[in-house]
Design a protein around this ligand. Structure first.
Ligand SMILES: Nc1nc2c(c(=O)[nH]1)N[C@@H](CN(C=O)c1ccc(C(=O)N[C@@H](CCC(=O)O)C(=O)O)cc1)CN2
Length: 294
């Protein structure tokens, strides 16, 4: 039986859950997991429903009739086939720990995505990418060629049908145009516990501040540098005796875990951008299972 996910957002009002659950039941679908959130500050409602069709219906059978349910509530909604892998373009500069971690998770099936390519402004990771039979695109960036380089990146994204771009320690600021065009479809890992220490060299900033915790933040990318809606964060303890280089070493695992959790949430349609915040629903049972143990 096929598994689908329905994502809904709309103005909060009475009867939404009843309308959705009745429609799915009438279509012979069984709800196996459901999450909802009512933002009392904004009056917005968010819902994620995971369901199976007990009559073997396809998305094409289920989706069209829902329009009549959605219209009175002015719902923004999407039906997602849980088996369909999201096309993801990874981007990296000189620090490859997040890239390597993502490649490993993808290889053992823990991150069920279709990696359509890796873009880098350096050659450091060309071999490891090619060894995974993934296309590698070297797109060097200078102050003089930023616009052309970004046009090349967007060309790769369009030609591959990219649905999500992941900045896995890609250290170039993206243009407002690209952020707008790919709004909600670019995730960055920032190596600090935002909003502390935005921009370049956050570990150096943290050292100079004398912090006792360092952290990592995965967020959607917007034109406002490192201010996009936060998806996932975590921290690690450090001491007075450690240096910024120690922070880099300690931070690697935190950054990799935080980014992987954020991508897992996004590809399973558990994230909803809510102004400058992100609603992140819990994982459905079984969604962390690896297709094969590495
Ligand atoms: N439009 C956005 N672009 C990027 C964001 C973002 O939130 N909005 N996040 C950054 C990632 N980042 C920190 O996590 C970051 C990367 C790079 C820089 C920076 O100053 N880069 C310089 C060039 C540095 C170099 O060549 O080594 C620059 O682009 O001029 C700051 C923060 C990714 N992009």
């Amino acid at each position: 039986m096929k598994n689908f996910v329905l994502t809904v957002s709309c103005k909060s009002t009475r009867g939404i859950v009843a309308a959705i659950s009745s429609y799915l039941a009438d279509k012979g679908c069984n709800i196996i997991d459901s999450s909802q959130f009512d933002d009392l500050d904004t009056g917005k409602f968010f819902m994620r429903v995971s369901f199976i069709s007990e009559e073997g219906l396809s998305g094409a059978d289920i989706d069209p009739g829902f329009a009549a349910v959605a219209a009175p509530f002015e719902m923004d909604y999407d039906f997602h086939d849980s088996e369909k892998r999201m096309k993801v373009l990874l981007m990296v500069s000189r620090f490859g720990h997040c890239l390597n971690d993502l490649l490993y998770r993808w290889k053992i099936g823990a991150l069920p995505i279709d990696i359509v390519g890796v873009v880098s402004n350096h050659f450091d990771y060309q071999k490891v990418v090619v060894n995974h039979d993934i296309p590698f695109h070297h797109i060097p960036v200078t102050k003089a060629n930023k616009a052309q380089a970004e046009a090349h990146i967007m060309e790769v994204a369009e030609q591959t049908g990219t649905e999500l771009i992941v900045l896995a320690r890609y250290m170039q600021i993206l243009s407002d145009e690209m952020c707008q065009k790919m709004s909600g479809k670019i995730i960055n890992i920032h190596h600090s516990f935002l909003p502390s220490f935005k921009g370049a060299n956050p570990y150096k900033q943290a050292y100079q501040r004398g912090v006792k915790l360092i952290g990592a933040t995965a967020h959607y990318v917007t034109a406002d540098l490192d201010e996009g809606p936060i998806i996932e964060q975590d921290t690690a303890r450090i001491t007075h005796a450690q240096s910024p280089d120690d922070y880099v070493s300690i931070g690697r695992d935190v950054e990799s875990q935080v980014l992987a959790r954020a991508i897992h949430a996004h590809i399973h349609h558990r994230t909803f951008i809510n102004g400058n915040r992100t609603v992140v629903f819990p994982a459905s049972p079984g969604s962390y299972a690896s297709e094969r143990m590495g």
